[in-house]
Design a protein around this ligand. Structure first.
Ligand SMILES: *[C@@H]1O[C@H](CO)[C@@H](O)[C@H](O)[C@H]1NC(C)=O
Length: 308
C-alpha cells in the first residue's frame, strides 16, 4: 500500500488469539460451543417469557430484553472471530470495522442502561414494596427498555462521529479479535491524545457512572434486606450477590479498557472477551436459570408441547 498522504486504509488486520494451528482449532471448537450456548440459552429465556403469561411482569420483561441484547452483543463480532480461527489472514474492511464499533457501543450501552433499569426495578420491589404496583407497570417497563436502546444508539453515534473521519494513513493492525474503539483510535495519523480524552469522557464516563449507580442501588437494597431477617430475605440476598457478580464482571473490563486508555495493556484483548462472550453467557445462568419461576415455566411449556 502506498504510504503517501492521500492513501487511506481500506482494511484492518485483526490480531486475535495467536498460536499454532492446533491451538487455533481448539479455540475454534471452544468458542463455537460457547457461542451456541449463549444463543440457545438466551433465546430459550426470551421464548419462555413471551409464551408464559405468568411471566408477563416488568421484572421478567426486563430479563428477557437483557437476554435479547446479550444475543446481539455476542453476535456482532464473535462469529467472525470464530471463523477467523480457521483463516490464515484475519482482516476486516474499513466499513466492517466501523460497523463493529457502532454495534459494540449500541449493545453495550443498551445493556448497561438495562442493568440500571433492572436494579431500579428491584430497588422499588424490595425497598418500597407497597408502592411497587403504582411505580412499575408494563408501560413504564416498555419506556425503560426503549430508553435503553435510544441511549445506546445516541451514545454510539456520538462515539463514531469523531472516529469515521479520522485520517488512517498506514498502520492497520488491531491487536484484538474485533475492532475495539481504543485500539482503532491509536492507529489514526493524528494527535490521539485529544481523541482519547474524548473517548474517556464519553464511554468512560458512561460506564463509570452507571457502574457507580448500580453499586449504590445494590448497596441500598442489601442494607434493606439485611434489616429484615426472614427466610425469603436470605434468598433475596443470594440473588443480589449474584447480580453484583455479573455487574462487576461486565463493567470491570469495560472500565479498565475505556477509562484507562493511555496505557497500552496487552491484556485488553483477553478482557474484551469478557464483555462479548462471558457476560452474555453468565447473564442467563445467574439472572434467570437459577430462578424457580422461570424453570417451572419452561417445564410447563415443554409438557404443553409434548401433549400437543
Ligand atoms: C422487552 O420489554 C417490552 C416492554 O416491557 C416487552 O413488551 C417485550 O416483549 C420485551 N422483549 C423481549 C424480547 O423480551
Amino acid at each position: 500500500m502506498d504510504r503517501g498522504n492521500t492513501s487511506r486504509v481500506t482494511e484492518f488486520v485483526l490480531h486475535s488469539l495467536s498460536g499454532p494451528r492446533e491451538l487455533q482449532l481448539f479455540y475454534f471448537v471452544f468458542f463455537t460451543i460457547f457461542y451456541m450456548s449463549i444463543v440457545l440459552g438466551n433465546l430459550l429465556i426470551v421464548l419462555t417469557v413471551i409464551f408464559e403469561p405468568a411471566l408477563h411482569t416488568p421484572m421478567y420483561f426486563l430479563l428477557s430484553n437483557l437476554s435479547f441484547i446479550d444475543v446481539c452483543l455476542s453476535t456482532f463480532a464473535t462469529p467472525k472471530m470464530i471463523v477467523d480461527f480457521l483463516m490464515e489472514h484475519k482482516t476486516i474492511s474499513f466499513e466492517g470495522c466501523m460497523a463493529q464499533i457502532f454495534f459494540l457501543h449500541v449493545f453495550a450501552g443498551g445493556e448497561m442502561m438495562l442493568l440500571v433499569a433492572m436494579a431500579y426495578d428491584r430497588y422499588v420491589a424490595i425497598c418500597r414494596p407497597l408502592h411497587y404496583a403504582a411505580i412499575m407497570n408494563v408501560r413504564k417497563c416498555a419506556s425503560l427498555v426503549l430508553g435503553s436502546w435510544v441511549i445506546g444508539i445516541l451514545h454510539s453515534i456520538s462515539q463514531l462521529a469523531f472516529t469515521v473521519n479520522l485520517p488512517f494513513c498506514g498502520p492497520n493492525k488491531v491487536d484484538s479479535f474485533f475492532c475495539d474503539l481504543p485500539l482503532v483510535i491509536k492507529l489514526a495519523c493524528t494527535d490521539t491524545f485529544t481523541l482519547e480524552v474524548m473517548m474517556l469522557s464519553d464511554s468512560g464516563l458512561m460506564a463509570m457512572s452507571s457502574f457507580v449507580l448500580l453499586l449504590i442501588s445494590y448497596t441500598v437494597i442489601l442494607v434493606t434486606v439485611r434489616r429484615r431477617s426472614s427466610a425469603g430475605m436470605a434468598k433475596a440476598r443470594a440473588t443480589l450477590t449474584a447480580h453484583i457478580t455479573v455487574v462487576t464482571l461486565f463493567f470491570g473490563p469495560c472500565i479498565f479498557i475505556y477509562a484507562w486508555p493511555f496505557s497500552d495493556f496487552p491484556v485488553d484483548k483477553v478482557l474484551s472477551i469478557f464483555y462479548t462472550v462471558f457476560t452474555p453467557l453468565l447473564n442467563p445462568m445467574i439472572y434467570t436459570l437459577r430462578n424457580k419461576e422461570v424453570i417451572s415455566a419452561m417445564q410447563k411449556l415443554r409438557s404443553r408441547q409434548v401433549s400437543s
